[in-house]
Ligand binder design. Structure first.
Ligand SMILES: Cc1cc2nc3c(=O)[nH]c(=O)nc-3n(C[C@H](O)[C@H](O)[C@H](O)COP(=O)(O)OP(=O)(O)OC[C@H]3O[C@@H](n4cnc5c(N)ncnc54)[C@H](O)[C@@H]3O)c2cc1C
Length: 466
């Protein structure tokens, strides 16, 4: 066998997002020019903004809803993700258990209802987003991960979470990797989706319901005008009774958000379609969503045309909440995860990658969404789902609507909504703390034991994840 030339493989991949690199992408709407009035103005048209618009209009079709998007619909994380649409609202059951144990039964029920509602919405609005339910499987690659999954299975059993614990042979029957030592299967908590098609379908649905959408319209300021708020893009202005800010990792234009949200760049590869022989060699007949059980983990899935999406592991933070196109092409990260891909599936050696990209994950110190209100609750923001916002963003949008509408609901009573996570420190401490935590996480993945820094962070219920 010739030695693997990862550099050449990555150089040959298109630096573009597979999901949105598609002739079906909608034509952008023109930018906002001049003044407008609205009942509800939504800033950011990713999943959170789109779900806020859809739910607001389905509830009250007469509501005048304006969406302002800095780039184009789903330009951010919403088109760049793995398409794992999970029921969990808490970045997984175990993260929920460690932060919001007293509310977890409610959160799990709301999460299951939320996933049902997403699938139902695609049916009602005829959204062709290739959404399908499947199991999700955590794979153990080391002895300590086997133990951790067994411990996890016990906790699932105590909480009646439907699951199956597999040994190495069982894990290799899911998909054939020589690295698998065991697995924990979650039943009923995942749907896989084409995220760009979901976002575009939501866009069409909200336009059909009467929303106004302005793209390439970055909001630069929001000011209080008494009974309304003035949302300004420079070239235009919306006077709105209520505002929902759905800018996630950008954490703008509300300053408060930047205390709680940091952007983390997560990297993804898409392979060329596998041949029939290659598919037979890896098995994976049930096409589950897979991820390994390390703290720094890879997630992977099949597409409808039998490519493998392979992402995660190397999540990067840049000084001062740094964001922009220059962070989307980090070749070293793509080469690193490409090597991991072939370590996992050596039988696919020689397969090429068609696309490579990265995107900004908005994370909080509790790895799940945070919520805030400003201007006498005329404005609410929802952001920070970390790597699990495809499903949770619909719930986040619903909470933001409850908050701006002044509703006292089961959702707004949740501690997760009432209490913000611990803020990140300002720079330069922010970078230093995140880099130190990343090093500690990498070490704990090697040793299977949390070091002193991780133990201290755990004690305070905070951390860093993707
Ligand atoms: C590489 C990657 C993989 C992921 N994989 C998964 C996964 O498999 N499953 C999962 O559940 N989650 C995943 N996530 C996370 C998930 O994609 C996000 O949590 C979710 O899409 C967040 O949606 P959002 O609308 O809140 O944010 P975004 O989609 O980021 O949308 C924010 C929007 O706001 C706009 N904006 C920013 N500033 C302004 C401004 N000033 N004015 C107007 N508009 C503005 C941006 O242009 C952007 O379109 C992944 C994320 C990434 C990056």
């Amino acid at each position: 066998m010739t030695p693997r030339d990862t550099k050449a493989l990555i150089a040959a991949a298109e630096p573009a997002v597979f999901w949105s690199d598609n002739p079906d992408a909608p034509e952008p709407r023109p930018p906002l020019r001049g003044p407008l009035t609205a009942d509800l103005c939504i800033v950011g048209a990713g999943f959170t903004g789109l779900w806020a618009a859809l739910q607001a209009l389905e509830e009250d079709p007469a509501r005048r809803v304006v969406l302002l998007e800095a780039e184009t619909v789903a330009f951010g994380a919403s088109s760049r993700n793995g398409g794992f649409c999970e029921a969990s609202l808490t970045h997984g059951f175990f993260n929920g258990l460690s932060h919001w144990a007293q509310d977890l039964a409610i959160l799990e029920r709301m999460g299951a209802d939320n996933l049902d509602a997403i699938i139902d919405t695609t049916r009602r609005h005829g959204i062709e987003a290739d959404i399908r339910r499947t199991d999700q499987v955590s794979l153990a690659l080391t002895g300590w991960q086997v133990d951790a999954l067994a411990e996890g299975a016990k906790i699932y059993a105590d909480h009646d979470v439907s699951h199956t614990l597999l040994d190495a042979d069982g894990a290799r029957a899911v998909a054939d990797s020589p690295t698998y030592l065991g697995a924990l299967v979650d039943h009923g908590s995942l749907a896989l989706v084409d995220p760009a098609r979901l976002a575009w379908g939501l866009r069409d649905a909200v336009l059909a319901l009467g929303a106004s959408l302005y793209e390439r319209s970055r909001v630069t300021s929001i000011t209080d005008a008494g009974s309304s708020l003035t949302v300004s893009t420079g070239a235009g202005e919306v006077s709105a009774d209520r505002v929902v800010v759905a800018t996630n990792a950008w954490a703008e234009p509300v300053r408060q958000m930047r205390r709680y949200i940091v952007p983390i760049y997560d990297h993804v590869l898409m392979t060329e379609p596998l041949s029939g022989t290659q598919m037979a060699e890896i098995g994976w007949e049930d096409r589950q969503g897979l991820a390994d059980a390390a703290n720094q983990f890879h997630y992977y899935r099949l597409t409808s045309d039998n490519r493998i999406l392979w992402g995660g592991y190397d999540a990067n933070y840049y000084f001062g909440n740094g964001m922009g196109p220059s962070y989307e092409n980090r070749t070293a990260s793509h080469e690193l995860i490409a090597d991991h891909f072939f370590d996992t599936f050596p039988q696919l050696e020689g397969l090429g990658f068609s696309h490579r990209w990265a995107g900004p994950i908005g994370t909080t110190s509790k790895f799940a969404a945070a919520f805030g209100c400003r201007y006498d609750d005329k404005l609410a923001w929802a952001a920070g789902y970390t790597g699990l916002g495809v499903g949770a963003s619909r719930f986040g949008a619903r909470v933001a609507l409850d908050l701006v509408d002044g509703l006292d609901t089961e959702r707004t009573q949740l501690e997760m909504v009432r209490k913000k996570p611990m803020p990140f420190p300002p720079e330069p401490l922010r970078s230093l703390a995140i880099q130190a935590t990343r090093r500690a996480i990498a070490k704990s993945d090697r040793t299977g034991r949390p070091g002193p820094l991780l133990r201290t962070l755990e004690r305070f219920g905070v951390g860093f994840d993707s």
